[in-house]
Structure formats: C-alpha cells, structure tokens
Design a protein around this ligand. Structure first.
Ligand code: FES
Length: 129
C-alpha cells in the first residue's frame, strides 16, 4: 500500500506580523515599551498617545485602549502577585477571570481588561490585602 498522507498541509497567509516591536532584548521590551502601531499598517488614525504611571514608571498608551493591552504592549506581562507569591497576567481579556486586577487611581481590584486608558492614570500592580 503506498504511503498516503493522513492530513492535508494547511496553507495560510504566512506568519503573523508582530503587533508590537520588542525592545532592546528580544522578548523583553524596554520600560515604557516600543510599539509599532497597527494603524500605521492599516491607514487608520491613532489617537494622540498619552502617558500613564505604572508603579512609578511612565508608560505610553493610547487613550481608549484597554489597560491590559497597554500594559502588555509595554512588556508588562504579569500585572499582579497572588498571596502565595505567584505572578499573574490577563487571561480571558473579557472581565471574567479577575487575573488582571490592579489598583487604578487608588481604586483597588480594577480589571485591566475592562478599564480604558486615560491620560495620567496611576496604576499600581500590587493589590492591597
Ligand atoms: S483578563 Fe480576565 S478579568 Fe481581566
């Protein structure tokens, strides 16, 4: 019996281009992140970037984008630490899992995936216990 492939190779558009450019070390963006705006590739207009404060570090973000997106784009993969010391990151990105909670402008337990970026917002990644 001749060898017969059991599956058909899948062809697609090729590798997905990175939405955000990595910083100086591969996979570890510089503080504040270096972003390649999607809009520059799509012709969309971007809002004027704003600066937010994340644990005392200025981070550039776009007003109206989710805070989770802004933090991930800035290289902040984990946003909180559990009581047992485990770092956690946004998981569902739709407000269900609560893995992404931070303190925003003094209000604890805010889900970064539901909070929209505004200029000057202060984000603290450790939630008071
Ligand atoms: S990522 Fe699940 S609630 Fe925010």
């Amino acid at each position: 019996m001749p060898d017969t492939p059991t599956s058909t190779p899948v062809s697609g558009p090729g590798p997905t281009p990175a939405l955000h450019q990595a910083g100086p070390a591969a996979g570890v963006p510089a503080p504040g992140g270096t972003r390649v705006p999607l809009a520059t590739r799509t012709g969309m207009e971007l809002p004027v970037p704003v600066t937010i404060d994340v644990d005392g570090v200025p981070v550039t973000a776009y007003p109206g984008e989710s805070l989770a997106s802004a933090l991930l784009a800035a290289g902040q993969r984990a946003v909180r630490t559990t009581t047992s010391g485990v770092r956690r990151a946004p998981y569902c990105n739709m407000g269900v899992c609560f893995e992404c909670v931070v303190t925003v402008d003094g209000v604890p337990y805010q889900r970064t995936c539901l909070v929209r970026v505004t200029a000057g917002m202060r984000v603290r990644t450790s939630v008071p216990r």
